[in-house]
Design a protein around this ligand. Structure first.
Ligand code: PMT
Length: 219
């Protein structure tokens, strides 16, 4: 059974992918299932927190009475929902795989198959986590970094650029880590530390992450 160290705290968590519409039937998305974010939400709620879970399209479900789930589709919708709740959060954890770019225009009708090539112009989405970093007051802010190369350097860069208190690195080079599966392998990086964990279930990874957060905020 879990400790109740997060009683009285509000934890905001983003989870899952975002879908960026191209036309009424197509979108740009990614392989995030939402499992990592839902596992974090369950564990935080078990520890007594009130959890606001903002998820992109995901098949994951929760019945926990202390998790309020808000389902969104696009990065812009996720951004808007996050900032309805961010001001009240004590801890914010960004596990969503937010699309960095979205189609500049959404075609009103299904795009027809006419030419041999098709160009879709993309424009940058707002960076939700970076904005959380800029607006940080009391929040303990945790980001994720999903990397394929120069992993630690890139993660440390995001820690600084997004004004985070810690970042969780998962690398697609590690078997069983990252998207879709039920396991993950992480490194937790702060300004002054790097802690490596073995491959574990996403539930166990969520416990490691929240133990680490508790050590940082309750010390
Ligand atoms: O959902 P699962 O299948 O269980 O997989 C879990 C996961 C691999 C998606 C998760 O562990 C993970 O790594 N999530 C972050 C994925 C990601 O988009 O990483 P990134 O390095 O591109 O982004 C860095 C950070 O900025 C992330 O915290 C991300 O949520 C945030 N971000 C990025 C872009 C953007 N526009 N807004 C953001 O908030």
């Amino acid at each position: 059974s879990s400790n109740k160290n997060l009683a009285g705290k509000t934890v905001l968590i983003t989870a899952g992918p975002t879908y960026e519409a191209i036309d009424p039937v197509r979108f740009i998305g990614n392989h995030s299932s939402g499992k990592m974010g839902f596992s974090l939400a369950e564990e935080a709620a078990n520890r007594g927190a009130k959890v606001i879970l903002i998820s992109g399209p995901s098949a994951e479900k929760t019945n926990h009475p202390d998790i309020e789930v808000h389902r969104v589709t696009s990065a812009k919708e996720m951004f808007a929902k996050v900032f309805e709740y961010y001001g009240n959060a004590d801890i914010a954890i960004a596990s969503a795989a937010v699309a960095d770019y979205a189609p500049k225009e959404i075609a009103q009708e299904k795009i027809k198959k006419n030419d041999d090539s098709l160009t879709i112009e993309l424009v940058k989405n707002p960076d939700i986590l970076k904005t959380m970093g800029e607006m940080k007051t009391k929040q303990f802010l945790v980001g994720f970094a999903l990397e394929t190369q120069n992993e630690e350097e890139n993660a440390k860069g995001k820690l600084h650029k997004k004004n985070l208190d810690m970042i969780i690195l998962n690398s697609l080079r590690d078997e069983g880590a990252g998207f879709k599966g039920t396991t993950n392998k992480i490194k937790i990086i702060t300004e002054s530390s790097l802690t490596e964990f073995p491959l574990k279930s996403k539930e166990a990874v969520a416990r490691d992450i929240l133990n680490f957060v508790e050590d940082q905020i309750l010390k």
